[in-house]
Ligand binder design. Structure first.
Ligand code: ZN
Length: 244
C-alpha cells in the first residue's frame, strides 16, 4: 500500500518545501557554488525563489524571496538570482510547470557540454519520467532576456533540458516531482559516464522506463519525504514554528 505523504513528513509550508528541495539537491550534485535557482509557483500566481547570494544549504524559510511573473521582487531581504530570466521565460511559456530547477551538476553538465543526451541505463536513472532535450540556444549571459526566451522556446514541452555549455533545467508539477527528476537526471548522466568508461552497455528497456515514468511524482511516494527528513534531522530549525 502506498503510504500517505502526511504520515512521512511533518506539516510544512511552501517556503520550507523550497528550502528542503535546495538542501536535498545540493547533496545530489546541484552544488555549483553560487549558481542555481529554483522557482516555485504559488496558487496566487507569485513565485517563491531562493535568495541570492546564499548557497543552497545556507538559506532558511525566512530568506526565501517572493517575486511576480515578470521576475520582479515583491518581498524578501535578498536579491532575486541573476539567472532568473530563464525561469521567467519558461513559466510564461509553460503554465503547466509549477517548479523549475536550474543548476550545473557535474555529470549532467558534462553531457551538456558534450552536446549529447545519454540514455538511462538503470531504473533509478529513469525515476520521475519525463523527456530530456538538448538545448543549444544559450549563447549569452545568464541574465540576458532574449537568450532566456530562446532557450525556453527551444525547450518546448520537454520536462528537462541539458543546456549546452551551461547546465540543466528540470521542471515538475510539484516539489516531489521536480525532486525525483532532478535526482534521476544527474544519476542518469553519472551512471552513463561510468557505463561508457568501461566500454558501454545497453540502455534500460523501454518497458522498464515506462514503469518508472510517473510524471506527477505520485508513483513513488516516500523518496522525496525520506530525503527531506534527512535534512530536517540535520537542521531541525527548518520546520520550527508553524508551517510557512
Ligand atoms: Zn546557470
Amino acid at each position: 500500500m502506498t503510504p500517505s505523504p502526511d504520515a512521512l513528513l511533518p506539516p510544512i509550508g511552501p517556503r520550507q518545501e523550497l528550502v528542503l528541495l535546495a538542501r536535498t539537491l545540493l547533496l545530489e550534485g546541484y552544488n555549483d557554488h553560487l549558481a542555481g535557482h529554483i522557482t516555485y509557483k504559488q496558487p496566487d500566481g507569485t513565485f517563491l525563489v531562493n535568495p541570492w547570494p546564499l548557497v543552497w544549504d545556507e538559506f532558511g524559510p525566512d530568506d526565501v524571496i517572493v517575486m511576480n511573473e515578470h521576475g520582479e521582487k515583491l518581498s524578501g531581504a535578498w536579491q532575486v538570482p541573476l539567472g532568473i530570466p530563464l525561469h521567467v521565460a519558461l513559466h510564461q511559456l509553460r503554465p503547466d510547470v509549477v517548479v523549475s530547477v536550474h543548476n550545473h551538476p557535474l555529470y549532467a553538465t558534462t553531457y551538456a557540454n558534450a552536446k549529447r543526451v545519454p540514455p538511462p541505463y538503470d531504473q533509478s536513472s529513469a525515476l520521475g519520467g519525463g523527456t530530456v532535450v538538448l538545448v543549444d540556444e544559450y549563447t549569452a549571459a545568464v541574465n540576458d532576456v532574449n537568450a532566456a526566451q530562446s532557450a525556453a522556446q527551444a525547450m518546448g514541452f520537454a520536462d528537462m533540458a541539458l543546456l549546452a555549455n551551461h547546465g540543466v533545467m528540470v521542471t515538475g508539477i510539484s516539489i516531489r516531482a521536480a525532486h525525483q527528476r532532478a535526482v534521476a537526471l544527474e544519476q542518469r548522466c553519472k551512471h552513463a559516464w561510468h557505463v561508457e568508461a568501461i566500454g558501454g552497455g545497453s540502455p534500460l528497456a523501454q518497458v522498464v522506463q515506462e514503469r518508472s515514468m510517473s510524471s506527477d511524482g505520485n508513483q513513488f511516494i516516500g523518496f522525496w519525504e525520506a530525503m527531506a527528513r534527512r535534512e530536517i534531522r540535520r537542521d531541525p530549525s527548518i520546520i520550527a514554528g508553524a508551517p510557512r
